[in-house]
Design a protein around this ligand. Structure first.
Ligand SMILES: *[C@@H]1O[C@H](CO)[C@@H](O)[C@H](O)[C@H]1NC(C)=O
Ligand SMILES: *[C@@H]1O[C@H](CO)[C@@H](O)[C@H](O)[C@H]1NC(C)=O
Ligand SMILES: *[C@@H]1O[C@H](CO)[C@@H](O)[C@H](O)[C@H]1NC(C)=O
Ligand SMILES: *[C@@H]1O[C@H](CO)[C@@H](O)[C@H](O)[C@H]1NC(C)=O
Ligand SMILES: *[C@@H]1O[C@H](CO)[C@@H](O)[C@H](O)[C@H]1NC(C)=O
Ligand SMILES: *[C@@H]1O[C@H](CO)[C@@H](O)[C@H](O)[C@H]1NC(C)=O
Ligand SMILES: *[C@@H]1O[C@H](CO)[C@@H](O)[C@H](O)[C@H]1NC(C)=O
Length: 472
């Protein structure tokens, strides 16, 4: 720290001590997110996301949560890499002297950046990283987040399986070696499924590095035919997921016996997964989004009719859509002044994770409000105190946001699937705050409505009555 900065800090401290009335406080907010990884731009790239912070600030101003605070913003590229996340995060703390870091949104980077920030006792609020270890308060005393932990998502899967008394299952997941969302979801499943409350048997697992090929899908589907009817499929790239469901149909494995459980942390009413596309909201998971559509939407939908999507319930589509539409103009204004870099057509709609960043800024403001009342002098830079105070309950962009004292989101997950009219609807909710066995609440009048897309409305079994081969 330079002498000048020391003196500056002293002035602020004295101001805080002796003239609390009317004195304005200055809070520095750091943002860490990937800049130009093409695959991540529609999901969480700087140019499609950062503006959410300014929109959250509008709400903070409207609600007079921190009227005496002036904010300044600093941003760095986390590249969705561990080393960049640590390096750029350290730069934010030591050079830009930020009071809080929002992000990074990739789990591997958030993990190490949060540990680094613990050393400086700086608050980190996550908005896209699902690593389950965040619950460990010894390692992550300054970390909180608005997104959902992979263990909670895994628990929702386990609870749904338990609810329907499914025991045997097969698993396929991909590892994009970048964000690695499915890799982290799989880690969550490893932890949760080992709970003695459950007695699941994984009869076949298949992991693909990068994007799976049609041949990979065939190998997997051939292998599970004699082994499983309940299939958990987690594919990092939504286009891969669609290809898989097309293949499921083409291979005749979308019969009434099969259930494909698709865990996902950012399903938005089934649509707008790739937010950069023009017809956002109109697109469903089974719609091809590539410039040269393969014309297989109907086949994909057939596959999806046998799927249960387990995901996070966001706020109403209209509200989120409005916010995401405003992000491009906010990027062009101060503090970001992002003109040329944010001009491309792919930057004209807020990213999938921008609602989580919006809520992250808002949670931070609520917590800072409480923290400053407890300790007006040192609270602002006390990351563990910020975490202690982040317990909250409000209606955010990502639905009803409930955060516990440990900084973890207590989500209500939603199970989406098809009704008898083959419309995608919300079939059930999973409230992870409830004890095992009590989390699943059907949002349909009976189990037969739940399975309305299948002939006879019959619930599938994890092992068919006549066995996997039909010969037992
Ligand atoms: C905290 O928020 C309330 C309104 O919810 C406001 O009255 C109060 O002044 C705020 N405290 C600080 C320190 O800004
Ligand atoms: C990506 O962003 C980094 C800044 O973190 C910059 O150094 C690099 O040149 C950029 N690459 C492209 C292709 O724009
Ligand atoms: C953004 O533009 C405003 C004026 O419009 C200017 O005051 C500010 O310094 C600029 N910020 C950056 C980071 O260039
Ligand atoms: C920071 O807050 C914790 C409570 O979370 C408290 O025990 C500690 O003394 C505070 N540190 C400073 C430097 O005020
Ligand atoms: C959270 O808020 C909702 C509605 O605002 C309320 O129904 C619920 O009881 C609150 N929960 C807690 C734990 O405060
Ligand atoms: C989830 O369960 C908790 C704990 O019982 C309860 O406070 C909360 O209101 C429930 N949430 C929903 C959406 O039902
Ligand atoms: C299912 O959820 C939707 C949306 O929350 C609601 O409008 C509908 O009434 C619910 N259906 C049942 C049967 O509870």
């Amino acid at each position: 720290m330079t002498k000048g900065a020391n003196r500056m800090l002293l002035v602020i401290l004295i101001a805080g001590l002796f003239c609390p009335m009317g004195a304005r406080r200055h809070v520095r907010v750091g943002l860490l997110m990937p800049y130009n990884r093409t695959e991540l731009i529609p999901l969480m790239g700087f140019s499609t996301t950062a503006g959410a912070v300014m929109l959250a600030l509008d709400r903070i101003r409207d609600e007079h949560i921190l009227d005496d605070v002036d904010f300044s913003f600093y941003w760095e590229d986390s590249r969705c890499e561990e080393s960049a996340s640590i390096g750029a995060g350290t730069k934010l703390i030591l050079e830009s002297k930020v009071d809080v870091i929002l992000g990074p949104p990739c789990s591997a980077g958030a993990f190490v950046a949060a540990i680094m920030a613990t050393y400086y006792n700086v608050a980190v609020v996550g908005w896209g990283a699902s690593f389950y270890e965040a619950k460990d308060l010894v390692r992550f005393p300054t970390y909180s987040r608005t997104d959902v932990g992979s263990d909670d998502l895994a628990r929702a899967i386990a609870e749904v399986m338990d609810y329907f008394q499914w025991v045997e299952f097969a698993l396929i997941y991909s590892d994009d070696m970048l964000r690695r969302e499915c890799y982290f979801i799989n880690e969550g499943m490893d932890i949760v499924f080992a709970d003695l409350a459950y007695s699941f048997t994984n009869t076949y697992s298949f992991v693909v590095n990068g994007s799976p090929t049609t041949n990979d899908y065939d190998v997997f589907l051939d292998a599970i035919k004699p082994r499983a009817r309940i299939v958990i499929a987690c594919l990092d790239d939504p286009e891969d997921e669609r290809d898989f469901m097309v293949r499921v149909h083409e291979r005749g494995m979308d019969t009434d016996e099969y259930v494909y459980i698709l865990p996902d942390l950012h399903d938005n009413d089934g649509g707008s997964i790739l937010a950069g596309s023009v017809a956002v909201g109109d697109k469903q998971r089974w719609n091809d989004r590539s410039p040269n559509p393969d014309g297989k939407d109907d086949l994909a939908k057939k596959g999806y009719e046998k799927a249960l999507i387990i995901t996070v319930e966001l706020a109403s589509g209209d509200e989120v859509d409005k916010m995401r539409k405003e992000i491009p103009s906010r990027m062009k204004q101060p503090p970001f002044n992002c003109t040329t870099m944010c001009d491309g057509p792919e930057y004209q709609y807020g990213s999938t994770y921008s609602p989580y960043l919006y809520d992250a800024m808002y949670v931070y403001a609520l917590s800072l409000n409480k923290t400053l009342q407890m300790d007006p002098v040192n609270g602002q830079r006390n990351g563990s105190m910020i975490q202690d105070n982040c317990e909250s309950n409000f209606s955010g962009m990502t639905g009803d946001v409930r955060i516990n004292r440990n900084g973890n989101r207590l989500p209500t997950l939603v199970v989406r699937g098809f009704d008898e009219y083959l419309n995608l609807i919300e079939l059930a909710y999973v409230n992870v705050s409830q004890p095992n066995g009590h989390t699943v609440q059907l949002n349909v009048s009976s189990a037969s409505v739940f399975w309305g897309a299948r002939s006879g409305d019959v619930q599938p079994l994890s092992r068919p009555i006549c066995g996997f081969t039909g010969l037992d």
